[in-house]
Design a protein around this ligand. Sequence first.
Ligand SMILES: NC(=O)c1ccc[n+]([C@@H]2O[C@H](COP(=O)([O-])OP(=O)(O)OC[C@H]3O[C@@H](n4cnc5c(N)ncnc54)[C@H](O)[C@@H]3O)[C@@H](O)[C@H]2O)c1
Length: 278
Amino acid sequence: MGKLTGKVALVTGGGSGIGAAIAKRYVEEGAKVVITGRRISALQETVDACPSGSILPFAGDVMNPDDCAKMIDATVEFGGKIDILVNNAGIDAPAGSVADLEIDAFRKILETNLFGTFYTMHYAIPRFIAQGGGVIVNVASLAALRCPPALPAYIASKHGIVGLTQSCANDYGKFKIRANVICPGATATPMLVNAMQGLAASRGTDVEGALNYLTRYMPLQRACEPEEIAGAAVFFACDDSSYITGAVLPVEGGACVVDPAGSSTSDAGEAWGGAKAK
Ligand SMILES: NC(=O)c1ccc[n+]([C@@H]2O[C@H](COP(=O)([O-])OP(=O)(O)OC[C@H]3O[C@@H](n4cnc5c(N)ncnc54)[C@H](O)[C@@H]3O)[C@@H](O)[C@H]2O)c1
């Protein structure tokens, strides 16, 4: 018996990285899962990794509210209900402080990371209320808790996810809806590899060398694996966390406890985005 046997989940951005790891783990734990992404072809690898009938790929853009409504409908059609909503789809931001960042870039990041999260919650919550409860797991970032340099749009979007989730926890607890946030630190996914290119180039190393440099001051001194985020996503989805709502869980190898000023690596702040600005 898995921790999610009989449950039905929607995982946005389930074709790669953290979303793929969450979807696969949810299926292993007994859930039926719908995964979404903009292109159906990008979801196939995750589908192929799961037993037939346990997972459904569905094409949709989280920037589009109508697509988000359809994702919820498709989940209910596939599993007969929706118990768990995981808002994982997200994009990274170009480096640049407020005065430098293009207005359209700021808008796109907010519309994907924050508005997209709002849209799916907006359409899932009435279903949860009608069913007698539900669980929301939102993926923010360490950038929701700390402010790495030169990443205002990403930081604003991820701080916004924390506020949105806690507001939902407050308003809908009486309907047996729980909403929590996971804040990953540097996690080995396509997004991180992409983000490391600039640091690798500036240090004359490869992505692995850049990652070693990035993580050197963290207590666990390595990047997170997507499966380690999936573990937290199972915890928030299942009854092990039945009395937890509105919580913000860093999964960041202890990075939050390091005081850069007192650390042996006083330039640790660059680990969160300053690295990209180089
Ligand atoms: N990798 C990290 O170091 C890290 C750290 C902190 C937070 N995060 C967050 O984790 C989440 C997953 O990121 P990841 O690292 O797995 O990266 P990733 O690029 O592998 O995955 C992001 C997914 O979101 C999907 N997506 C992006 N825009 C979309 C849109 N408009 N509509 C539908 N789907 C869309 C992509 O197709 C992709 O599958 C993101 O929200 C990201 O901000 C990642």
